[in-house]
Design a protein around this ligand. Structure first.
Ligand code: ARG
Length: 583
């Protein structure tokens, strides 16, 4: 990792000039504009400002003590006090040789290693997973993969909604209007139907409002919560049916969880949580309910949280407080990350703030990583033609079906089984990539034609770039079966053309981008990095003959192809996207 070498040299030099400088804060990053250099630091300007020094003069003093001749052709002061580093082709060649021959990873191991709990996906029992859950699932899985690659200890926990008021209505529905055949055919569709029907009739605002039914729903819920065996058995059955559907989707998406501790798991702990909050004066009674007030909090002073309702019931926030305490006790994490849509921002602010007051000694970073909505082409939340929410399973089916058309057009000669397998990889990959590419906080428009396009910033484009590189190696092996190119050899890289240099430099930035994704919870950085990588590869491949080159140049270029393929594959893997050897 060249930038880390430069960073440590720079820190030494700065330490010589300013002994009390905060050295770890000094970072070297890729230069945003390659005309000025390859790497850059803006750290000296901040240091100069804090000490009332002239930044350019400080920069000159640092340069005088900075020895990076082994890696850089030049180091220059620019603008208000930036330092720009231009790395030498020989340094690039050395690093790439180590990457290739010694398998040195392009991604640095994190230090220190943290324990991170990731709460994501978390769909609700007895309701089909819909497109709203896809963003949480895909984003959370990508963050888990990224943090793991960096070496962190990651614990993924699916906090499914398997407890709560909806079960009163579901129980009434199950007992009165359940259609067993429909349940056998499509369990979640039937559960959704009974829930909807009962819910509509329990809504005082709606026409067919039936107060007696609402009363029964309440009574069934109370029975369930009191441990009534019949209701518990039905609840467990709904649970099993839902989990089976979730699991089918997770298998298709290649997502797995270390734990699935749903809301019900915390139910027995809720009374003690409320009691403790009261005993510590964090919560108090107000109009019969138990409430946490945030009077002195600028943002939350008008947003108190009810932790126990007047009827004795507990809330979503109470469960989240119990969950937080359990996670801290069980895993001692340094960080807990929650991935949900933006509408839960207030909820998590309240929960985090209440937790801080409740357990002021616990040092854990709490992050709510939220995201915007998926819109239809009409710019309204995505719906089916009939106006229903789109079910995740149907969406994935359609993605694979449409991808099959694209794959068949391109590869009419492949067998049906092969085409279907490629279509699976392409279709699922396209859905995921479209979701990870935009800034997660913005809404995005779901578009089949855009996400499946073979050109542009799409998964199929990147998967195709990967497959194209693999085909170069297949061709090489066919042309010269005796001398199959193997990556293990000590290749001497010859980086002479601008295209080779650009590609080589971009490859070395992979690790920085992976760290940025983890630091800011933004997979879109990686998407854009990979898109640029594919572009640089195309530039290189058009300008530099590979198989037609000879001797050392051929070996060097094949090696560049190999590392590019590895980075594409590894990068897509972090996004949860598979690659195919041919497309
Ligand atoms: N089940 C919730 C929903 O579907 C998401 C839960 C998120 N995690 C949490 N700890 N609150 O909206």
């Amino acid at each position: 990792m060249l930038h880390l070498v430069l960073e440590s040299r720079l820190r030494e030099a700065v330490g010589n000039v300013i002994p009390d400088a905060d050295l770890p804060a000094i970072r070297v990053r890729p230069c945003p504009d390659p005309r000025f250099g390859d790497y850059q630091t803006n750290a000296l300007m901040g240091l100069a400002k804090a000490r009332r020094l002239n930044p350019r003069q400080l920069a000159a003093e640092v340069i005088a003590r900075l020895d990076v001749r082994a890696w850089c052709d030049s180091v220059e002061v620019a603008g208000a006090g930036f330092l720009n580093f231009r790395v030498s082709p020989s340094a690039l060649a050395t690093v790439l040789r180590e990457v290739l021959a010694e398998g040195r990873p392009l991604v640095p191991r994190a230090d220190p290693i943290r324990t991170v709990v990731l709460d994501f996906s978390s769909p609700n029992v007895a309701k089909p997973m819909h497109v709203g859950h896809i963003r949480s699932t895909i984003l959370g899985d990508c963050l888990a993969r990224t943090l793991r690659l960096l070496g962190h200890r990651v614990i993924t926990d699916n906090h499914i909604g398997d407890w709560g008021t909806q079960f009163g209505m579901l129980l009434v529905g199950w007992k009165r209007i359940l259609d067993r055949d429909a349940l056998a055919a499509d369990p979640l569709r039937e559960l959704e139907r009974i829930y909807r029907e009962i819910n509509a009739r329990c809504d005082p605002e709606k026409e067919g409002f039936d107060p007696a039914l609402l009363e029964s729903a309440r009574a069934e819920l109370v029975k369930l919560q009191a441990g009534d065996s019949e209701n518990l058995e039905i609840w467990r059955e709904m649970q099993r049916l839902s989990q089976a559907q979730f699991d089918a989707i997770y298998t298709r998406l290649g997502v797995r969880f270390d734990h699935t501790l749903g809301e019900s798991f915390y139910n027995p702990r809720l009374p003690a949580v409320v009691e403790d909050l009261r005993a510590r004066g964090i919560a108090r009674e107000s109009e019969g309910a138990i409430v946490v007030f945030f009077d002195d909090h600028p943002e939350l002073k008008d947003a108190p949280t009810i932790v126990q309702k007047r009827d004795g019931g507990f809330n979503y926030a109470t469960t989240d407080l119990a969950t937080l305490a359990y996670r801290v006790e069980t895993w001692q994490p340094q960080e807990i990350i929650y991935v949900t849509d933006g509408r839960q921002q207030l909820h998590f602010k309240q929960v985090f703030e209440a937790f801080r007051r409740w357990k002021p000694d616990v040092a854990v970073t709490l992050a709510h990583v939220w995201f915007g909505s998926i819109l239809g082409e009409d710019n309204k939340p995505l719906k089916t033609r009939a106006g229903d929410t789109v079910k995740l399973a149907d969406l994935l089916d359609e993605a694979e079906e449409r991808a099959l058309q694209v794959v068949t057009e391109k590869n009419p000669d492949l067998s049906e089984a092969e085409r279907r397998e490629i279509a699976r990889i392409v279709g699922i990959g396209a859905v995921k990539y479209q979701d990870l590419l935009p800034n997660r906080q913005s809404d995005y428009v779901f578009s089949w034609s855009k996400m499946l396009a073979l050109s542009g910033n799409t998964a199929p484009y990147l998967q195709y770039a990967y497959a194209r590189i693999r085909s170069i190696f297949r061709k090489q092996a066919e042309q010269d079966p005796e001398n199959r190119w193997e990556p293990s050899g000590a290749v001497a890289f010859e980086l002479t053309t601008p295209e080779e240099l650009r590609l080589a430099k971009h490859l070395l930035n992979f690790g920085i981008v992976v760290e940025m994704v983890a630091d800011e919870y933004r997979p879109n950085y990686l998407c854009n990095y990979l898109f640029e990588l594919a572009g640089h590869f195309t530039g290189f491949y058009e300008a530099c003959p590979v198989l037609k080159a000879e001797g050392r140049q051929r070996a060097s270029r094949l090696a560049l192809c190999e590392i590019t393929a590895r980075v594409l594959q590894q990068g897509l893997n972090l996004l949860g996207i598979e690659t195919a050897e041919r497309m």
